[in-house]
Design a binder for this molecule. Structure first.
Ligand code: T5A
Ligand code: NA
Length: 205
């Protein structure tokens, strides 16, 4: 049995990190072996460049080049991820390929061009997309600090995220007016069956 690959996705400040933190607490309480991977992983050499790009809005970088850095940041961790999955570990990801495609494509790059460098990366067994009906994420603490935290841009990103709705692993969860524990309960209901491990091969993008 291999471990499940689980991704949490959503626009900025929708509660992804809050929820991944609760989920790993649950894994720990139940003695489930897991690893949390947050993308972008800002600690690697590529990740440091990405971090500067996100926090310094005057950092000039061609959109295609920025896109390829985010993708490279996923590829540089993938051997470790596959290895852990094969050893039975659950991998929980805070953002992944879907963010990569949606944020870059919202700048005007084509969807297919954006997905291409990520082709071959393992597809999650289950993806949870945290979603607001309107732009309520812009009212959350810290919104506006980083490059992409602009309401109009987030609306564009949201439309592109919706294209993944046809993927079988995709689960949209409305989080409007739900407190942190209520969102956690919804997520746990979907994730729990995957904690047993899986017998099927990983799919790829
Ligand atoms: N990006 C990313 C790309 O362009 N390409 C890529 O390939 C990838 C992977 C950084 C940026 O990079 C872009 C997307 C992003 O713009 P990041 O590091 O994930 O990505 O961003 P962060 O700034 O770390 O995280 P987010 O802004 O996305 O926030 P989260 O994790 O969604 O939200 P969280 O949990 O920190 O919560 C935000 C606030 O809301 C509160 C929390 O306490 C917190 O104050 N909150 C709630 N309040 C009320 N009710 C609830 N249910 C709440 N849940 C949380
Ligand atoms: Na976060």
């Amino acid at each position: 049995m291999r471990g499940a690959l689980i991704a949490i996705e959503g626009l900025d400040r929708t509660g992804k990190t809050t929820q991944t933190t609760l989920l790993i607490k649950k894994f720990e309480n139940l003695g489930i072996d897991y690893k949390l991977i947050k993308f972008p992983q800002r600690e690697t050499q590529i990740g440091k460049l990405i971090n500067n790009y996100l926090i310094d809005k005057s950092f000039q970088l061609n959109d295609q080049a920025a896109h390829l850095l985010f993708s490279a940041n996923r590829w540089e961790l993938i051997d470790e991820i596959k290895n852990d999955l094969n050893n039975g570990k659950i991998i929980l990801m805070d953002r992944y390929v879907y963010s990569g495609v949606s944020y870059s494509s919202a700048k005007g790059l084509s969807f297919d061009w954006c997905l291409n460098p990520d082709k071959g990366l393992p597809k999650p067994d289950v993806t949870l997309f945290l979603k607001f009906k309107n732009s309520e994420n812009s009212n959350r603490e810290g919104f506006g600090d980083e490059r992409y935290e602009i309401v109009e841009f987030q609306e564009k990103v949201k439309l592109i995220f919706e294209k993944f709705n046809q993927n079988s692993e995709w689960n949209s969860l409305f989080v409007d007016n739900l407190n942190i524990d209520q969102v956690h309960e919804k997520i746990w209901n979907i994730v729990e069956p995957y904690t047993e491990g899986l017998n099927k091969d990983l799919q790829t993008f």
